[in-house]
Design a binder for this molecule. Sequence first.
Ligand SMILES: [Zn+2]
Length: 296
Amino acid sequence: MPELPEVETVKRGLAPTMEGALLVRAELRRPDLRFPFPENFAAAVSGRRILALSRRAKYLMIDLEGGDVIVAHLGMSGSFRIEAGTQPVAPGGFHHPRGKDEKHDHVIFHLDGGSGQTRVIYNDPRRFGFMDLARRDTIAEHAFFRDLGEEPTGNALDAVYLAARFAGKSQPLKTALLDQRTIAGLGNIYVCEALWRSGLSPNRAAGTLVDKRGRPKRALFALVEAIRAVIADAIAAGGSSLRDHIQADGSLGYFQHAFSVYDREGEACRKPDCGGTVARIVQAGRSTFHCPRCQK
Ligand SMILES: [Zn+2]
């Protein structure tokens, strides 16, 4: 499943082609993805200029002239590729291989960027992705967005904010960090990575990072730093895979994240001098990978 860094990388990969271009025509190859397309979706977006691409949590947002916003979610297996002439370019790195079969090309945006025609193609074999239309002026109240917490890379996410959310909570730290109402788009993989990097146990109560007066303890500052760092590193790695891909021979440049702890059960902890072994536990139905020796 594409995580936040992949969606950010996809956005950055698509932006140079899409921003400022005219969306001449949206071609829908089927009536639905995970959900039906909004009525008149193709007609509403066709003929509009694309103003900007942005991301909120794991949603990609395409702002159009006139105030409509295409909100796209990649689901489990969604991906975009750009075709100009014969050379396809697929922005973004994915932990799992993306779909390649053209029979899963469900949406084609035909663009005119001023210097020629391009096609931005959405491919999704499992069809858990979706596209919706929203209005820019009311998007904060949209059902997708109204309950979302702060972005993991945004300035509003700091230790004071998390202290207010965690104070008095006996919920395990791992579970508290996965709550999208607190941090938006921080998925299972990056919660595991951030906890390992900050040396905090996924089992400890979230409230133990807050002092009696509601102020963040030192460990909570370290955790915020770790969250920012794991996301920034992954985005940087995704960006480099994108560059590699563009220079490559046309084969899809899948990108395997170098995770420190995620999916490494039974392997040695990567912290120098730790000597511990990565363990897997299940919390709230999700796998947690951690080092019981150095995460306290
Ligand atoms: Zn360790």
